[in-house]
Design a protein around this ligand. Structure first.
Ligand code: HAM
Length: 418
């Protein structure tokens, strides 16, 4: 038997209703806040991600599905959506028509990480990206949108961590300060951090290896090194969040695993998912559009881990199952032929109707109706047909009613839609 690939999964009926519910809730909120949907390719040129996420990140160094296509050009199955949205913004010269754009996109991402609960090699994200707004108010609004979505989905047990990573003006100075601190801690750093800390010391702050976490507990805070503009920006973000009554925690070690961030970064964490505790993350990437040869354009966004979010509210899945309104138990060839016409008319009119196509006994058809959780059963046999009627049974109250064949569809529609 051919099995699915490790780290990839099937989302089956029974679970997929929950995914649809999350998706429609998110879409409704994005509509309310003026976001437009954008759909982008899964395959992009490899260099797009190397240049945006950063050569020295875990994603680019060891997690990307990159391979040469038939002409030898390296392509990558997107590990995230931000780089692709930026590529599209630049390619379609969107800044010329209207630099302010608010997008959302939902879809699969690919990272070859070690699979475990909550961590997959194909996973899904709900992304929001905003271009052309420098004001810190939009930073707070994006975080607010996340809290609204979580509230709407009854996701509790979440904590918002925020930090500022400064800008190209103030970050180099902080890097020096941090490097000096890390040089005295090299014996505690993991091999990845040891290899990269000279190039990108901030990554060490984000490392999940316990000895690195321990070593950076007392690391200097980037907040203390922010330039006046970045300080002011961050202060306004927190002031707006206070106004919106959003609770958050300032986390000086929150760096995030992608190199494009500037100023505000944030992550939503939960204690109820075990080791994979981040359900959403995001931040500003004010220099990314320019570094990919586009215009100098401030931007900010977030991505929610769809799989993890669905896991957090998996108990809701049972509520979302749609049972048939009606099951037609047709006995005999003539009744089957009539039932076939009826189910198609009824389904067309929005009444979910099922029948058994194999002329089984009444008992076995009733069993199937029960299994499907049908609300009504229409019993149509020779005996009933001779009397010019079929019997409609309410499966909850067990009440039975003779429905004349002459205007059966209309009668059933009235009863079921009541
Ligand atoms: P990220 O933190 O790499 O950020 O991913 C965002 C979320 O995707 C994570 O918080 C997590 O819930 C989920 N996620 C990541 N990897 C996996 C995995 N292997 N399995 C399951 N879920 C996973 C980004 O991707 C940025 N592009 C976010 C962003 C948008 N920043 C600005 N705009």
């Amino acid at each position: 038997m051919i099995q699915r690939i490790k780290g990839f999964k099937d989302i089956l009926p029974g679970e997929v209703e929950l995914w649809q519910y999350i998706e429609s809730t998110a879409k409704k909120i994005f509509d309310n806040f003026g976001f437009k949907e954008i759909r982008l390719p899964i395959l992009e040129r490899a260099e797009l991600f190397a240049k945006s996420i950063g050569e020295n990140t875990d994603i680019v160094e060891k997690e990307m599905y990159t391979f040469p296509d038939r002409k030898g050009n390296f392509v990558t199955m997107r590990p995230e959506a931000t780089a692709s949205v930026v590529r599209s913004y630049i390619q379609h010269k969107m800044s010329g028509k209207d630099p302010v754009r608010k997008f959302y996109t939902i879809g699969p991402m690919f990272r070859r990480e070690r699979p475990q609960k909550g961590r997959y090699r194909q996973f899904y994200q709900i992304n929001a990206e905003v271009f052309g707004i420098e004001s810190p108010m939009i930073d707070a609004q994006l975080i607010f949108i996340l809290t609204i979505l979580f509230n709407e989905l009854s996701v509790t047990d979440v904590k918002i961590h925020i930090n500022s990573l400064g800008c190209q003006k103030c970050r180099p100075q902080f890097k020096e300060i941090l490097l000096n601190f890390l040089r005295s801690k090299t014996e505690s750093l993991c091999s990845d951090c040891l290899r990269r800390y000279e190039k990108n010391p901030l990554r060490v702050l984000d490392c999940k290896v316990p000895s690195c976490k321990e070593a950076t507990l007392k690391a200097p805070s980037i907040i203390d090194s922010l330039c006046n503009d970045c300080k002011k920006h961050f202060k306004t973000v927190t002031r707006c969040l206070d106004k919106l009554q959003v609770e958050y925690e300032i986390n000086k070690n929150l760096v995030r695993g992608l190199d494009y961030y500037t100023r505000t970064t944030f992550e939503i964490q939960t204690a109820s998912l075990g080791a994979q505790n981040a359900i959403a993350g995001g931040g500003r990437y004010d220099s990314l559009t320019k570094s990919l040869n586009g215009p100098d354009m401030p931007a900010i966004g977030f991505a929610i881990g769809f799989d993890r979010l669905a896991e957090m509210i998996s108990a809701k899945a049972a509520e979302l199952l749609i049972n048939p309104d009606l099951f037609i138990a047709a006995l005999g060839e003539k009744s089957q032929a009539m039932a076939f016409e009826w189910i198609n008319s009824l389904c067309f009119r929005g009444i979910t109707t099922e029948m058994d196509f194999s002329d089984k006994s009444l008992k076995s058809q009733m069993k199937r109706a029960d299994k499907l959780g049908s609300k009504f059963v229409l019993i149509a046999g020779d005996k009933e047909r001779e009397k010019g009627a079929a019997i409609l049974r309410n499966m909850t109250t067990r009440e039975q009613l003779a429905i004349p064949l002459a205007n059966l569809i209309e009668e059933i529609e009235t009863i079921i839609k009541k």
